[in-house]
Design a protein around this ligand. Structure first.
Ligand code: FE2
Ligand code: FE2
Length: 196
């Protein structure tokens, strides 16, 4: 154990129907997982990084399916705001893909991870400032609940805590499976949202 602890879905008892609380908690989980990856080495770093990749993949996919479409429709200047966020998400996914092909103990790994972390943090702050505030103000209860359900469906695919006995079996998960994960996240989110 590294002595670090990553909060897990449900720890904060966030209300199931508050999509903004769920999104903010995921931003916190992502930040904590970056901490874990940086603090660990060897097998522990590989495990923590795998969890970070999964959470980032499902979080960004869920935002693309749920949050950005809502902001695009309802936010003044929403088109431009969302295009900026999508460009940041594309860049982050490319860096993530490159990192995923590296050995986590490669000396070049950590500097790239730190750069990604700063990009992801800036991206998250922009979402919180421009999109989440708007969602909280303007979404009706049914819409908030539907978006929260979709987020939960996505989150179920990305455990942020290691599961003994499962992690070692998932050792070979590389980017291919992450792309598959994004696709199945999309399906789960769309199913949870119903026909929109
Ligand atoms: Fe995002
Ligand atoms: Fe986000």
């Amino acid at each position: 154990m590294t002595g670090t602890y990553t909060p897990h879905a449900g720890d904060d008892h966030a209300k199931d129907d508050d999509v903004v609380s769920l999104l903010m908690r995921q931003h916190g989980d992502i930040r904590n997982l970056f901490d874990e990856v940086e603090a660990a080495s060897g097998e522990e770093r590989r495990d923590a990084f795998r969890r970070l990749v999964r959470l980032l993949a499902v979080h960004e996919t869920a935002e693309e399916e749920v949050v950005h479409p809502f902001a695009r429709r309802g936010l003044p200047g929403g088109e431009a705001v969302v295009e900026d966020r999508l460009a940041e998400e594309r860049a982050a996914k490319e860096t993530l893909a490159a990192l995923d092909e590296m050995d986590t103990d490669d000396p070049a790994f950590l500097p790239r991870l730190v750069a990604l972390r700063s990009d992801v943090q800036r991206h998250a702050r922009a979402e919180e400032r421009y999109e989440f505030t708007h969602i909280r103000r303007s979404a009706d209860t049914a819409n908030l609940a539907a978006m929260a359900r979709a987020l939960k469906a996505a989150e179920a695919m990305a455990p942020t805590r290691p599961h003994p006995g499962v992690e070692s079996g998932a050792k070979n998960m590389a980017l291919g499976p992450v792309a598959v994960l994004m696709d199945s996240t999309k399906d789960a989110v769309r199913k949870a949202m119903g026909d929109r």
